[in-house]
Design a protein around this ligand. Structure first.
Ligand SMILES: Cc1ncc(COP(=O)(O)O)c(C=O)c1O
Length: 412
């Protein structure tokens, strides 16, 4: 399938575009054109089997697993992550997801009345909710920074965020890549500037590891949380929280457990508290070293090549869509990583669909064309958006197929 007009009308699985040659490593439904890796990731079969091996080992002798082996396995996983993240493995906590990473930090910190917390209006709603919940409790104040979309360059983001800083600003939550608008934030520069003026940065890197290079020690953010189950393709429920050494004393897990009082020995309270938060299935965490190695082995050049490939595919995908729909890309190529959001035309019916209500176009694309891709309306910056993802199992033909479907449904 090489041109949009050359596509035959879809209707059966036969009409679905092919995925890439690597797609067979995933169990993805052949009847689905899966263009939404960004929401929950997707895990290759090999890695799911690897996770299963850890679960089997646990169930063979649960007491031995938790009391004698688990700490060592978790340490191996932290070390594998730390190599990729260029940081000290001791500063990493293995947690379930980025939402709990943000909660862990926000619910540990103490705020004074009138303290200001900066957050761009592109922030992920669940994490924004956490900020609202915590600040209301302390009488602190959220300062929302409006970032335009379309946007001409990263300098706009830096200017807007820095303009929001006042002597009362104590913390800023900044994304690596924004969820609704798919913008690659200049997070390194923002972090350096904010931390430089004494504002702690909580980096929401949910779209982080495996999508963009992260070098946490040189980055210098106070707190960074990232999902491994998204762009690393690790099993669900695997994420990390990195806390800079000088901040660790005040950060406690959401679940207070034995670690609070356990004799320190030669380790830190941070380690004790985060390494044991009650009995839980740590198989997703145990599978991390194999995940990192397996994925890196799929493409010549390993992880840097995967990220570059996905970035280039996202650009190709959005070019195909923009050309077909006759719309402009809302940001320069260097402002996207492996997801890309486009602004769809609005009419009376689609103007102002509330955030929590599905856009009917999403259902039509799914039911009629078998395409899984998010379509939503966002309040600020106000717009109706469609967001494509690019992972190594995707192919250019899938974006052509989406373009075909959109042309039909939007009558453009
Ligand atoms: C920017 C951002 N932050 C946080 C999250 C939450 O991730 P999780 O549901 O794994 O906690 C997401 C999920 O898509 C996200 O895009």
């Amino acid at each position: 399938m090489n041109s949009i007009d050359g596509l035959s009308p879809p209707g059966s699985a036969m009409d679905r575009p092919s995925r890439s040659e690597l797609a067979g490593l995933w169990i993805l439904d052949p009847n689905c054109v899966f263009l939404n890796h960004g929401s929950f990731g997707a895990t290759p079969t090999f890695i799911r089997e690897e996770q299963r091996k850890w679960q089997d080992l646990l169930e063979e002798e649960p007491v031995r697993f938790y009391e004698d082996l688990a700490m060592k396995f978790m340490e191996d996983s932290r070390k594998a992550l730390a190599t990729m993240l260029e940081c000290d493995a001791e500063d990493l906590a293995l947690i379930e997801n980025a939402t709990s990473g943000v909660n862990t930090v926000m619910r540990s910190l103490r705020f004074n009345e009138g303290d200001e917390i900066l957050v761009p209006d592109h922030a992920y709603q669940a994490c924004r909710n956490t900020l609202d919940f915590v600040t209301q409790r302390w009488g602190a104040k959220i300062v929302t920074v409006n970032i335009p979309f379309p946007i001409e360059g990263q300098h706009v983001i830096i200017e807007r965020i820095m303009a929001g800083v006042t002597p009362r600003t104590v913390l800023a939550m900044v994304d690596t890549v924004t969820s609704p608008t798919g913008l690659l934030m200049p997070f390194e520069e923002i972090t350096a500037k904010l931390e430089g003026v004494g504002v702690s940065v909580l980096l929401d890197a949910a779209h982080g590891i495996g999508m963009v290079p992260l070098s946490l020690d040189s980055l210098g953010a106070s707190y960074t949380t990232s999902n491994c189950h998204k762009w690393l393709c690790a099993p669900k429920g695997s994420a990390f929280l990195h806390v800079r050494k000088d901040k660790q004393e005040n950060i406690h897990p959401l679940t207070i457990s034995h670690g609070m009082t356990f004799p320190l020995g030669d380790t830190t309270r941070f380690r004790h508290e985060f390494d044991w938060t009650g009995t839980r299935d740590i198989s997703a965490h145990c599978a991390l070293p194999a995940t990192i190695e397996f994925m890196a082995g799929l493409v010549d050049g390993g992880w840097p090549s995967i990220m570059q490939h996905n970035h280039e595919l996202a650009i190709k995908g959005r070019n195909i869509l923009c050309e077909a729909l006759g719309i402009d890309a809302p940001c320069p190529d260097e402002m996207i990583a492996c997801i890309s959001t486009l602004i769809l035309p609005q009419d009376g019916a689609t103007n102002g669909i509330p955030l929590h209500e599905p856009d009917p176009l999403h259902a039509v694309l799914q039911a009629k064309y078998g395409i899984q891709v998010p379509v939503w309306s966002w309040p600020s910056p106000q717009g109706r958006y469609i967001r494509i993802s690019a992972q190594i199992y995707n192919s250019e033909d899938e974006y052509r197929y989406l373009a075909y479907a959109l042309k039909k449904e939007l009558s453009v």
